[in-house]
Design a protein around this ligand. Structure first.
Ligand code: ADP
Ligand code: MG
Length: 237
């Protein structure tokens, strides 16, 4: 398994917001956590990234227990919303940033940034600043910053939520293409059922910090386990 959670719980102070979550995500799978605002999607993703400690339970990435491993050593890369770009740096330097921190050679940096730029069709934009880009291009740079790190697992937290509706549809198609092209394991968080249904190989429906049901989109749609899943993604009764 690419990612495995076993009985993960997370509390903030005395309030438990993730209750005993276990899940398996296979290598190359596009997994989507979907559920209403406040159900714990971001918290769960951040525990996988190591940005939050778990209160109990175990997290493995490619069969390695990373429960107490620092974020940079987990082999994951998180894609934030496009406004998290460095405004004073060019597109090239935005994508090179983490590699420079890692003291990669100039040649390695160039190779990886150009490769990511080709995948994301950003070759013509490399010298520009984020403010000179469209919303969609900015979002692609944010994804490029993750690609250059060649992570085992990509983590996306509602990356399209601040784009307009038309662009969201376009970026959704691009994400599907990206997943096909690089074949990496991806975990994607959204509150948007349509995004979840169209992107996911496997959906995890969350409510109140509990996985209500997981499985292939069509199976959940046709055969929801409970009323919540039915109401949220199931076919109209
Ligand atoms: P989602 O991403 O699904 O909207 P979150 O994971 O952000 O949900 O939040 C889940 C719950 O945990 C919410 O009730 C939220 O208020 C709470 N929460 C999230 N982060 C913190 C924090 N740092 N401190 C206290 N409570 C938090
Ligand atoms: Mg969230």
């Amino acid at each position: 398994m690419a990612v495995q959670l076993r009985n993960v719980r997370k509390s903030f102070g005395t309030v438990e917001v993730i209750h005993d979550v276990s899940m398996d995500i296979a290598a190359g799978e596009f997994a989507v956590f979907v559920g209403p605002s406040g159900c714990g999607k971001s918290t769960l993703l951040r525990t996988i990234a190591g940005l939050e400690d778990t209160s109990s339970g175990q997290i493995s990435i490619e069969e390695q227990d990373v429960t107490w491993t620092e974020p940079a050593k987990r082999g994951v890369a998180m894609v934030f919303q496009s406004y998290a770009l460095y405004p004073h740096l060019s597109v090239y330097e935005n994508m090179a940033f983490s590699l420079r921190l890692r003291r990669a050679s100039k040649r390695e940096i160039e190779e990886k940034v150009l490769e990511a730029a080709a995948i994301l069709r950003l070759e013509e934009q490399l010298h520009k600043k984020p403010s000179q880009l469209s919303g969609g291009q900015r979002q692609r740079v944010a994804i490029g910053r993750a690609i250059v790190r060649q992570p085992k697992v990509f983590l996306f937290d509602e990356p399209l939520s601040n784009l307009d509706a038309e662009l969201r549809v376009q970026m959704r198609l691009e994400l599907a293409r990206l997943h096909k092209q690089i074949g990496a394991t991806m975990i994607y968080v959204t509150h948007d059922q349509v995004e979840a249904m169209t992107l996911a190989d496997k959906i995890f429906v969350l409510k109140g910090g509990i996985v209500q049901q997981s499985g292939r989109p069509l199976d959940l749609y046709r055969d929801p386990d409970n009323r919540f899943v039915a109401g949220f993604i199931g076919s109209p009764a």
